[in-house]
Structures are given as C-alpha cells and as structure tokens.
Ligand binder design. Structure first.
Ligand SMILES: [Zn+2]
Ligand SMILES: [Zn+2]
Length: 255
C-alpha cells in the first residue's frame, strides 16, 4: 500500500497561513485510489506528485471543515477530465456535507455531484460495502456530525478517525487495524473549543490499537511550536514496538 500525505497540517491557523499544507491524504492499494479529506490546494499538490487522478476511485470527506473539503470540487472536476468524461468516482461524505441538518450547508455543487458515479452519505456506524469495506466511526469534534473511517482491504486495514478527541468506544472501531492515521493538533485540553486530540488522547489512541504503523498528521500550532522532531523522539521512546511516523508534506510512505 502507498499512503501519500499531501498535507501534514490542519486546523484554522494552518489553513489560513499554509505554514504546513492542508491538502489531505491519498491512499493507493489494489486498484483503489482513495483521496481522503482533500483540503485547499489538493488538486495542485496531487498533480505535482503525479498522483493518478485518471484512476481515482473514491473521495471521502469526513466533516464540514474547510481543511477537509476545500479542494474537493476541483479534484472531482479534474478526475472527470483525466478519466475522459467518465463518471468513475464515488464520493463519500458525512450528512452535514450533504446539508441534511440545520446549520449545515450543502457544500458540493449540484454540477460537481453530476460528475460522479455516486454520492454515498454516511453517519457513524454505517458500513459501505464494495469489494472493500468502509466502516464509519463517530467523532467528538466541533462539527458534530463528523465521521472517522476504517477501510478494510482483503490484506490490510487502515484507520482514519479524523478530527476527534479520544472517545471511550475508540477501540471498538480501531483496535485491529494495521495502520492508523491520527490527527494531532493540540498538546493539552485547555482552550480546546474545537475538540481535537491532545497528546494524552494520542497516547490513549495508540495504546488502544494493535496497529503496527501509526502515521501522525494534522499538526497545528501547539504541536508545531512544541517541536515535531521532539515529539517524534518521545513517542518512539514510549512505543518502541510500533513504527511511529510524524508525517511530512508531499511524502509517500510505502507500507
Ligand atoms: Zn481539521
Ligand atoms: Zn475539523
């Protein structure tokens, strides 16, 4: 499996300043090309890395924050172009992105929805089955309809809990994945109005999974200012049996 971190950053400050990229994650495995949370500059970054938009099969948007969906329409349009006007892409979004609740705008235009194979709208605990399985988890986050996703291929499973604090049922969804992608935005719980995972939350998440590879991203100023290299050293000391990767922008990891 190839996992490309287009953007290692996340949150409002990083989105506004682009001190790190906020363009999402691309997963390539067994004829599936899956773009998760294509934020602003997703298309430009995907093109610069020569990611196969001509083979894109899925786009997943976990919740209605700009760092997770801001590049989605341009990616849909480009995939349609590179796939010679064929509708091959399945878009999976949470219910808020589809405008199904008060305070949630429908954020993908009718035109761009018309360029897709289909649009699957999911809520926590839903499953979506093709020849691979997508299973969705709840989040404890500012956008209350958000989902995390676990993707099970025949030979490997990937967990992406998205933006969330640690929650008690975490292990129910992610205990037996092989690879876990975690969003590490804050150091402690103080002033956590957006409800992101703190250092303690990240430690709990790692200790509740059997995943041998942990990829961290969605870094925001508290984490960046503390020092990503320092954190990388600390976490490797804490979890010596796991392969812990503090990801970098525009980097592909072979797993
Ligand atoms: Zn975010
Ligand atoms: Zn968010």
């Amino acid at each position: 499996m190839k996992l490309t971190i287009l953007g290692s950053g996340g949150g409002r400050y990083v989105l506004a300043t682009q001190i790190l990229r906020t363009s999402g994650v691309w997963l390539s495995h067994k004829n599936k090309e899956i773009f998760i949370d294509p934020g602003p500059c997703a298309l430009r970054d995907a093109l610069s890395l020569k990611l196969p938009l001509n083979k894109l099969t899925h786009i997943i948007i976990t919740h209605q924050h700009l760092d997770h969906y801001g590049g989605a329409e341009s990616v849909i349009e480009s995939a349609y172009f590179y796939q010679h006007n064929k509708r091959n892409v399945t878009l999976i979004t949470n219910t808020c992105m589809a405008g199904l609740h008060k305070g949630c705008d429908k954020l993908i235009s009718t035109y761009h929805l018309s360029l897709l194979k289909n649009h699957v709208i999911v809520k926590p605990d839903d499953e979506y089955l093709e020849d691979i399985r997508f299973k969705f988890s709840p989040t404890l986050h500012h956008e209350k309809y958000g989902v995390g996703v676990r993707i099970d291929f025949k030979d490997i499973s990937i967990g992406y809990p998205s933006d969330t604090e640690y929650f008690p049922e975490f292990s129910k969804y992610y205990k037996d994945v092989d690879v876990l992608i975690l969003h590490f935005a804050i150091m402690n719980k103080e002033s956590n109005e957006f409800r992101h995972a703190s250092k303690e939350d990240i430690k709990k998440m790692i200790s509740k999974t059997r995943a041998s590879t942990i990829i961290l991203r969605h870094f925001a100023p508290p984490v960046i200012n503390y020092g990503i290299e320092k954190l990388s050293y600390e976490f490797k000391e804490m979890f010596p049996t796991k392969n812990i990767i503090f990801s970098q922008d525009l980097t592909t990891y072979n797993i």
